[in-house]
Design a protein around this ligand. Sequence first.
Ligand code: FES
Length: 149
Amino acid sequence: MSGPVTTRRAAVAAGAAGLAAMALGACGSSDDEAGPGGDAGSPPESGGDGGEEAGEAIAEVSDVPEGGGLILEDPQVVVTQPEPGEFKAFSSICTHQNCPVAEVSEGAIHCTCHNSFFSIADGSVTQGPAPAPLPEQAITVRDGRILLD
Ligand code: FES
């Protein structure tokens, strides 16, 4: 038998990433009648008229510094915290020539393309050449997360 020496590879499976368990409170998601009704013809996805889903989580509140903000690339939104516990969101696309804003500091959102500044409180232009405020985006803060409506 000319079998080669068996080489054992110690494959370290690093599968168990430390996923933070989401502490879901017992909010009681509305269980609509979960019975398979069997409506022939109607698709299972119901539109829902209540609108209790606030949208996708785009950030955690802990990611947004007080008096500052967090610029996201997808979606193109800048989330700010002008006052402790108060969060705002604006389009991150500059109203001058559509550059994405580059930084948030000292209470201002800064587009470095041509040096425009916007207020983190209401998106208004504090220094041109940008001709118009950054459009505000509706958000909801829930369970420590910021959801884009
Ligand atoms: S594109 Fe922002 S200042 Fe010109």
